[in-house]
Each structure stands twice: as structure tokens, then as C-alpha cells.
Ligand binder design. Structure first.
Ligand code: DAH
Length: 347
């Protein structure tokens, strides 16, 4: 019997389970009703009285050792299991809601303007932000002495000399460069709308920024007239500012259009009566436009005797400010979510 006790003790000491279930199995095998230790206890009842003392002590020691080892192993394995479960996370906990972003107001307005002109048959055209002198200035009929060709107004990346040069590389100052790019590989009829970022060497203030967005439009075909332009721009104003919107055109000058005009929309705040926003005039300036100068058509190998067209360009920030009554341009660039979330359901 003493060998059996020693053998069982060795088994208890060497027992190294991997899971709590194994411990339970072991407990039943040793301490269960039909367990090996239980059997030894029964056997103990019939040992000779002179052996009882020694064997009794051994058996008790074995029982205590078995109980203790089983309990500690069980606890250790259960804790380890809980630890690894907590690395996965408690699968029964309620989830945290993902915060939904919203479109930037400039994107909203840009998309809306693009959609308005898409209804008139315009498609979107694109061009690079890093441009050359030819596409931003010379093909658009800018004279060499034009102030826009000065470092004061334009960010140059490469400038050959202090004189304007066709080799100059710069950040585009307007999206009119996309007109030139489009005419390079598309023949009339052309009807494109060109949204994009533009860059100017301006001090940042509530009404000016060195980066902003413009949308350019270009329509070239046979027999396109000033009246066509006026009607298209009136349609645009009504779609963006509401059915009551009116436009007026004031003579202006751009190197790439002749004649040129500045377009005003009736003030949507006071309905044209005059208020602080329209400075009492009842009108708000929204864009420049004009009939494409024959020199611009010629520079892109389009025959000005056969084709005519109109172009227009507007600042997206400006339209968005008027539409939403935003007074400080800088808000569009700060990306403060308290500002941005106000446009969640804007369109
Ligand atoms: N490019 C002009 C600007 O940045 C805006 C503009 C005016 C575009 C008249 C045009 C236009 O296409 O015809 O101020």
C-alpha cells in the first residue's frame, strides 16, 4: 500500500494540465467516489493496526496535497483563460458608435454647381495645380507686363529670370488654365465645367486666402452668343440662390475675354432692398465672365471665324459664403468640426 500512496503522490506532484477541464478530470480520477485515493481509504480500513499510524499520516498528507494542487491549478488556469478573453474584448459589451463624418461645405457647393451645369450638358474637366506660364498666362492672352505675372501675386516654383518667361513653372492662380488644357485635345463643340484649387500670394484675412477654390466654365461652338451666356448664368443663379434670384452684368476686363463682364446676383438676404451684406446696393458680386477672346481661340488652333464661345469663373468659397451667410473665409480652412457639422444636412 505504501508504494501505491507514493505513486499517487508522484502523480499529483507531476500533474501539469493545460486546461481547467483536465484538472476536473484529474480530481474525479483521484478524489471521486470511485477515485484511486478513495479506494486507498477503503483499503486503509483493513490494514493491520500497527501500520495504521504511519499509513494514516501518509494518506492524509496525500489527500491534502492532492486537494491543494487541484485547487491552485484550477484557479491559475481559470485566470489565464480570463486574461486571454479580455485581450479579445468582452464580446457581450455594447459597441461604441462610429462617428459619421460629413462633407466639407466647399465640396457640397462645388458638387451642387457641377450638377447645375451638368443639367445644361457640361462635363467636368481637370488640370494640374502645378502649371506653366503658357497655360496660366500666355495662351490666355496675358500681356508680358501683366501684374499677375509678378512674384508679388503668383507663387513661382521655377522662374528663369526676373522677366516673364514661357519656361516659368508656377502654382496656377486661376482655373482658366483648364480652358487651355481642354482646347488642346478637344475640338468644338466644347462644354466643360472645371473645379479646382488655385493659389495666390495673398495675406490671409477674413476675405482672402492664399489657397482657395474656383470653378471655370467654357462653352465653344458655332454661333454661341452673349445672350446664351446671360441665360445660362441666370439659370445657374436661380438654381443656386433660389427662383427669386436675378442677375446683372457690369462691363469689366479680363485678358482672355472680350467683351468681359462682372456678374452680380440680387442679395438673397434683403431680396435686393439693400442691407449691410450687400452694402446697401442690393447686389452681390459672384463671378467674372465674357466671350472668349479670338486670340485665346487662335492660341489653341480653334478658328475664331467659325467658332465663338463664352467663359466664366467663380470662387467656390465666395458662393458658399453668400449661400450660407459665412462671414469669415478662414473658417473653411480651419476644419473645426463645430463649424463643419453645421453643414451635415445642408444639401
Ligand atoms: N480667371 C478669373 C479670375 O481668376 C475669373 C474669370 C473671369 C474666369 C472671366 C473666366 C472669365 O473664364 O471669363 O479672376
Amino acid at each position: 500500500m505504501i508504494e501505491k500512496i507514493n505513486e499517487l503522490l508522484r502523480q499529483v506532484e507531476e500533474f501539469s494540465p493545460k486546461a481547467a477541464a483536465e484538472v476536473e478530470e484529474f480530481r474525479i480520477r483521484i478524489l471521486g467516489k470511485k477515485g484511486e485515493l478513495t479506494a486507498l481509504m477503503d483499503e486503509f480500513k483493513s490494514v493491520a493496526p500497527e501500520l495504521k499510524r504511519e499509513l494514516g499520516q501518509k494518506l492524509n498528507a496525500l489527500k491534502n496535497e492532492a486537494l491543494q494542487r487541484i485547487n491552485t491549478l484550477k484557479e491559475e488556469l481559470q485566470n489565464a483563460a480570463a486574461d486571454s478573453a479580455s485581450q479579445v474584448g468582452d464580446m457581450t459589451r455594447p459597441g461604441t458608435a462610429e462617428e459619421l463624418g460629413s462633407r466639407h461645405p466647399i465640396s457640397l457647393v462645388k458638387n451642387e454647381i457641377v450638377e447645375v451645369f451638368a443639367r445644361l450638358g457640361y462635363t467636368v474637366a481637370d488640370g494640374p495645380e502645378i502649371e506653366d506660364d503658357q497655360h496660366v498666362f500666355s495662351s490666355l492672352n496675358f500681356p508680358p507686363e501683366h501684374p499677375a505675372r509678378d512674384m508679388q501675386d503668383t507663387f513661382f516654383i521655377e522662374k528663369a529670370s526676373s522677366e516673364p518667361s514661357e519656361k516659368d513653372i508656377l502654382l496656377r492662380t486661376h482655373t482658366s488654365s483648364i480652358q487651355v488644357r481642354t482646347m488642346e485635345h478637344q475640338k468644338p463643340p466644347i462644354r466643360v465645367i472645371c473645379p479646382g484649387r488655385v493659389f495666390r500670394n495673398e495675406a490671409i484675412s477674413y476675405r482672402a486666402h492664399c489657397i482657395f477654390h474656383q470653378i471655370e466654365g467654357l462653352y465653344i461652338d458655332e454661333g454661341v452668343s452673349f445672350a446664351d451666356m446671360k441665360q445660362s448664368l441666370l439659370y445657374f443663379a436661380k438654381e443656386i440662390f433660389g427662383e427669386q434670384a436675378q442677375i446683372r452684368m457690369r462691363p469689366s476686363y479680363f485678358p482672355f475675354t472680350e467683351p468681359s463682364a462682372e456678374v452680380d446676383v440680387s442679395c438673397n438676404l434683403c431680396g435686393g432692398k439693400g442691407c449691410p451684406v450687400c452694402k446697401g446696393t442690393g447686389w452681390l458680386e459672384i463671378m467674372g465672365c465674357g466671350m472668349v477672346d479670338p486670340n485665346v481661340l487662335k492660341a489653341s488652333n480653334i478658328d475664331p471665324e467659325k467658332y465663338s464661345g463664352f467663359a466664366f469663373g467663380m470662387g467656390i468659397e465666395r458662393i458658399a459664403m453668400l449661400k450660407y451667410g459665412v462671414k469669415d473665409l478662414r473658417l473653411y480652412f480651419e476644419n473645426d468640426v463645430r463649424f463643419l457639422h453645421q453643414f451635415d444636412d445642408a444639401l
